[in-house]
Design a protein around this ligand. Structure first.
Ligand code: SF4
Length: 334
């Protein structure tokens, strides 16, 4: 499948899908290894290649303020345009379509049909690995899904250029974007990317009015400074609004990084800092935590959604997603 968003550059090709702007000679791959120059044509190798799928709780994405308690058909492929030593999903994100045994390739219509017949399913989530490197498949599937009345959700690192992002935004309904740190040095040294393009993605999603939640994986000693978190939440509040949902997630050793899991006390400290500026802050990857699970009305402090793991009980919301005690909101998209 020929890729979109590339241009000819001398004897090679420049891929314009993400901020890496890879220059790719004939026969070679981009940094994501999901796009290859084949005789002067950029091919999207991951088109229709699905590594895993499942009917997940929306809360697993995580999306806490978008159709709470619903289920969504989730699909993933292989590969990523960032290369984080701490990747929690490295088995598929750091494997590449080209290195995998030949797999059956699916058509968008097959995925949409499957999504349509799954009981209680409300849409399709593009997740597990970095979905935007399978841009063409994601876009075509999302367009078809939308035309059939399904919702589209993306879980992404946000490392995508503005033009393809805007094309996706025409058919995507909700995003969870990883904000891995508020330090460009961290992005460069730990992920191979840069901070600024991710911030640009967040602003663009907000400007175009699509539902947005942010995930921040806290790694001890690497991105857990109080000052950096203060700067991050201040930026979020100023540029995206104080009602932006932030998930502060616990890191566990994975892939190449072996340092111990984030101490719970540190997570709670960062939670308290974030709550000074943001109305909706949650703690993730923790078990049995008392704080950071439920959704509290910022106006009257009623608990409007109770959560225990992925078990969600809507306790005080109207059908429009407003607080049923005081009318504040909408707090969530229903
Ligand atoms: S999508 Fe892949 S090939 Fe294209 S610029 Fe990004 S890393 Fe390079």
């Amino acid at each position: 499948m020929e890729a979109k968003y590339y241009s000819k550059k001398g004897n090679g090709i420049r891929c314009n899908l993400c901020p890496h702007s890879c220059s790719i000679q004939d026969g070679r791959f981009g940094i994501c290894k999901a796009r290859q120059n084949q005789g002067g044509v950029l091919n999207a190798l991951g088109y229709g290649v699905i590594s895993s799928s499942g009917l997940d709780p929306m809360e697993k994405k995580p999306l806490y303020h978008f159709h709470p308690g619903s289920r969504i058909f989730s699909i993933g492929s292989y590969g990523c345009n960032l290369h984080c030593d701490f990747c929690q999903n490295f088995e598929i994100s750091q494997s590449f379509p080209v290195s995998m045994p030949p797999l059956r390739s699916y058509q968008p219509s097959e995925v949409v049909e499957k999504a349509r017949v799954l009981p209680e399913n409300i849409g399709i989530a593009y997740t597990y690995n970095e979905p935007t490197i399978s841009f063409e498949f994601m876009l075509e599937t999302a367009r078809l899904a939308k035309s059939k009345g399904l919702l589209n959700v993306a879980v992404s690192n946000g490392y995508i250029n503005p033009a393809p992002l805007r094309e996706l935004l025409e058919v995507l309904d909700a995003f969870n974007i990883d904000l891995k740190s508020f330090s460009d040095d961290f992005y460069r040294s730990q992920t191979g990317g840069r901070l600024k393009p991710v911030l640009k993605t967040l602003v663009t999603i907000r400007e175009l009015g699509k539902h947005l939640e942010i995930a921040f994986l806290v790694i001890p000693g690497l991105n857990d400074s109080l000052a950096e978190t203060k700067a991050m939440v201040s930026w979020i509040a100023s540029n995206l609004g104080s009602n932006t949902v932030l998930h502060i997630n616990r890191y566990y050793p994975a892939y190449k990084l072996k340092i111990p899991p984030t101490p719970e006390e540190r997570l709670v400290e960062l939670y308290e800092i974030a709550r000074e500026k943001l109305a909706y802050v949650y703690l993730g990857n923790l078990h049995g935590n008392e704080v950071g699970c439920n959704t509290i009305c910022p106006s009257c402090s009623s608990t409007v959604i109770r959560r225990n793991g992925y078990h969600t009980v809507i306790s005080a919301l109207t059908r429009e997603g407003r607080c049923s005690s005081c009318g504040y909101g909408p707090i969530v998209v229903m």
